[in-house]
Write a protein that binds this ligand. Structure first.
Ligand code: GDP
Length: 522
């Protein structure tokens, strides 16, 4: 098969949601479709004590959560499906965000009983910024939840995106009877016990369905669908692919109900790998020369081997084991002899991969997050990965001052991995760490101890609002613990303001000091 054909079969996506919305449950059901697991409940056993093989690190076992972004892949209906797992805990990290740079579409799960929650909103914003197509699955219809219209309105208002319900539920909770599949012109009947019956609209006249169609829930839903057909937004695949309209599916990941219909429709609409921007223009996925970028580096996934693995998203050409590539940043040639593909159950050696695939390559400590690897004569780099503002800050010190060498080495390496951001108090050796979520600190502390034998003390200094100073000369008298003056890794001066209020107060009182928001999203 040609590179072009292989590439066009790839569907690479991530599932985003607020914790407990049902991401794990939905992923399990999808893996069942791919025959990757025998029975649901093995991906992540919070309660059963079984742990997903995608949960690599010890800390994940201890907390029963998935810290690292892993990748699952399986063939489905002639396509090759790649699901990137995003850490789903409340304490999520930059890795979660960065994973979104490696996918071509996203499934957003919303808990029908709760609506849009904080983390969904944050993740959505990143997708929006990057114009990634977003498909919405409204979950837990088997419970009494909020009214469908109400949920759609909330998505439109809070997320500022047009919605198009691909299906429409009949009742909910105990009264839940199924969904109108608007796309497939059929009613999907739910009769409990994991049973779904597909009834074409014109067969609903049959006497055996009389009880169903005469129920109040059915009639109400029928009226609502008629209303949608008449007055609702038009479906537009163009808008969907631009990330301006989201197809919405109702269902239950647990029952499971509506998942098959959802997945089939989603997979038929989700885009294959798209051309990507580089410093030297756009690169087509079907381009014969291999290229890709590293979006994540993970150290010591297997405690027996003190290895680092770099996760690379293939963007063009064909990867074959042992190919020679160039690291664009340095121009150096590297032979990729050790590579792995990640399936939920194992880390298999892979022989070939195409645009859209994620491969893990052995990292002898040479890669950085955002690095481009490529074949061909011309050197170019894929668009820089965005940095996301740390929201939590902590002062970090070594418990044992005699071990400052290990301490410094550990911090250097973990910061280089991009797991956490480092600042130093102005002109001192006092370290401040910034992270998107609390979990990153736990992981940092754990790894410092286990990998660098350095016990650390972390002292919270609260949420902060970072602003970079334009001038090199600083009037240090303007700053204190509340508005803390620090320097980033490059030695740039940064102020960590206590909160938005402190920031505004400072701006009002010192209009001459130029403050730069490096993370501004336009
Ligand atoms: P995650 O944190 O997003 O991965 O969520 P989980 O998949 O772990 O689900 C959180 C909880 O919600 C678990 O107790 C699931 O059994 C439950 N859950 C998930 N999907 C459904 C559903 O469709 N209906 C109901 N009633 N519960 C669900």
């Amino acid at each position: 098969m040609s590179i072009q054909e292989e590439t066009s079969k790839r569907r690479t996506f991530a599932i985003i949601s607020h914790p407990d919305a049902g991401k794990t449950t939905l992923t399990e059901t999808l893996l069942l479709f791919g025959n990757l697991i025998r029975s649901a409940g093995t991906v992540k056993g919070k309660k059963s004590g079984k742990f997903a093989t995608s949960d690599w690190m010890e800390i994940e076992k201890q907390r029963g959560i998935s810290v690292t972004s892993s990748v699952m892949n399986f063939p489905y209906k002639g396509l090759q499906v790649n699901i990137l797992d995003t850490p789903g805990h409340e304490d999520f990290s930059e890795d979660t965000y960065r994973t979104l740079t490696a996918v071509d579409s996203v499934v957003m799960i919303i808990d029908a009983t709760k609506g849009i929650e904080a983390q969904t909103k944050k993740l959505f914003k990143v997708c929006r910024m990057r114009g990634i197509p977003i498909f919405t699955f409204i979950n837990k219809l088997d419970r009494e939840g909020r009214e469908p219209f109400d949920l759609l309105e909330e998505i439109e208002e809070l997320l500022d995106i047009e919605t198009y319900p691909m299906n429409w539920p009949v009742g909910m909770g105990k009264r839940f009877q199924g969904i109108f599949d608007r796309d497939g012109n059929q009613f999907v009947h739910y009769s409990g016990n994991e049973q779904e019956t597909f009834i074409p609209y014109d067969e609903l006249k049959k006497p055996e369905y009389e009880e169903l169609v005469s129920s109040d829930e059915f009639k109400t839903a029928q009226d609502e669908v008629a209303l949608l057909d008449e007055a609702g937004d038009q479906f537009s695949i163009d808008q969907v692919l631009k990330g301006e309209q989201t197809p919405v599916f109702f269902g239950s990941a647990l029952a499971p109900f509506g998942v098959q219909t959802f997945f089939d429709t989603f997979i038929s609409m989700a885009p294959p790998p798209a051309p990507r921007k580089t410093t030297e223009g756009v690169v087509q996925p079907g381009n014969p020369d291999f290229s890709g970028f590293i979006f994540k580096i993970q150290a010591n996934m297997n405690p027996q081997h003190r290895d680092r693995v770099a996760f690379l998203r293939v963007c063009s050409g064909k990867f074959e084991r042992g190919i020679s590539v160039k690291l664009a940043r340095t121009g150096k040639t590297i032979n990729l002899s050790q590579s792995q593909q990640f399936v939920a159950s194992s880390r298999d050696n892979i022989e070939e991969a195409y645009a859209g695939d994620i491969i893990g390559i052995y990292d002898p400590n040479v890669y950085r997050i955002g690095d481009t690897l490529l074949e061909g004569k011309e050197l170019f780099e894929y668009d820089e990965l965005p940095q996301f503002p740390p929201e939590q800050y902590k002062r970090v010190t070594a418990k044992n001052v005699m071990k400052s060498k290990q301490f410094k080495k550990g911090i250097e390496q973990l910061v280089q991995e991009g797991a956490i951001q480092l600042f130093k108090k102005y002109k001192t050796e006092s370290y401040i760490l910034g992270a998107v979520g609390e979990l990153q600190f736990d992981v940092f502390k754990y790894r410092m101890q286990n990998e660098y034998n350095s016990e650390v003390l972390l002292e919270p200094i609260g949420e902060r609002v970072p602003r970079w100073l334009n001038e090199e000369k600083v009037n240090t008298a303007l700053f204190d613990e509340r508005n803390m003056l620090v320097q980033d890794r490059e030695g740039n001066n940064v102020v960590l303001f206590k909160n938005d209020f402190a920031l505004r107060w400072f701006q009002d009182n010192h209009p001459d000091v130029e403050l730069i928001d490096l993370y501004e999203v336009n």
